[in-house]
Design a protein around this ligand. Structure first.
Ligand code: MF3
Ligand code: CO
Ligand code: CO
Length: 279
């Protein structure tokens, strides 16, 4: 039995106010982010040739139900699935379907679990069997770019410092940063203030303060940055059909730096470096 969650009515704060969360919020995000990471860990062994993304969606849904969590995307603006599955040139918001995964595919799986009202939002890359060297390189650059952004997430820096760090790294590696989707405040809302752009100018934007909680989720393309949305109204693809990759953590700004809420308990966040923890 699916519980209806009207995520849309409380999906976006428009006041321009950036919430500052206290210890209770950090504790709530630890729990929600931790469970989201465990669910993504569970999917790792299932991602292989012949498996459908619809099956992976069912696994994520069942995991949520078994652990007292609700997938935030269910019924979100008419979306009907627990995860987004973005394969190869799909940039984000790919819809789970019955087409089997094929050897060599790279897939981003994005999951947000609501636990006790807190939203843990994370995505990572999965490799289907053996993948090409250029796909491996793109995944490496994407994770390095995310970690460069996270490294800039500390009090006194700005949102522009995060974006600039990501952009500088991605472009130095001759890849491009998608401009059309951004990271976002997260907490007791799915998408809150502030916006976190994955490109930008150091020192610009909003100053980061302890208690801010948001995602960083760069989408990096091997080709040009431009995207288009398919007729299903969701699936974003690269216009030039080059490969795209994404990785996302939910983090909180602390007095001294940041805390990552969505670390993999089993070190499975980066498919190319199993066993590795954070940056
Ligand atoms: N989890 C995505 C994010 O990182 C949002 C997905 S919305 C959906 O913000 F409806 F497309 F699922
Ligand atoms: Co997000
Ligand atoms: Co997400």
């Amino acid at each position: 039995m699916i519980t209806y969650v009207d995520a849309e009515t409380k999906s976006r704060r428009t006041s321009g106010v950036i919430p500052l969360h206290g210890e209770a919020g950090f504790a709530g995000m630890r729990k929600a982010g931790g469970l989201t990471a465990r669910a993504l860990d569970l999917l790792v062994e299932h991602v292989k040739p012949g498996v459908t993304t619809a099956f992976l969606d069912q696994l994520a849904y069942d995991f949520a139900m078994d652990h007292g969590a609700i997938p935030a995307t269910l019924f979100y603006k008419g979306y009907r699935h627990s995860i987004c599955t973005s394969i190869n040139h799909v940039v984000c918001h790919g819809i789970p379907e019955d087409r089997p995964l094929r050897e060599g595919d790279i897939v981003n799986i994005d999951l947000t679990l609501i636990v006790d009202g807190w939203y843990g939002d994370s995505s990572r890359m999965f490799a289907v069997g053996e993948i090409s060297r250029k796909a491996e390189r793109l995944i490496e650059v994407t994770y390095e770019s995310l970690y460069a952004g996270i490294a800039a997430a500390k009090p006194g820096n700005t949102t522009g410092d995060i974006g600039a760090a990501i952009q500088v790294h991605a472009e130095a590696e001759r890849t491009s940063v998608v401009r059309d989707f951004v990271g976002h405040g997260v907490g007791q809302l799915f998408h809150d203030e502030p916006n976190i752009m994955h490109f930008g100018v150091p020192g610009t934007g909003v100053e980061l303060k302890p208690g801010m909680i948001f995602t960083i989720e760069p989408m990096i393309n091997l080709g040009r940055p431009h995207v288009k949305i398919l007729s299903d109204g969701w699936t974003a693809v690269t216009r030039d059909r080059t490969l795209s990759a994404q990785a996302e953590h939910s983090i909180g700004i602390t007095e001294t730096g940041h805390e990552i809420f969505t670390l993999s308990p089993r070190g499975l966040f980066n498919p190319l470096h199993p066993g590795e923890q954070a940056a």
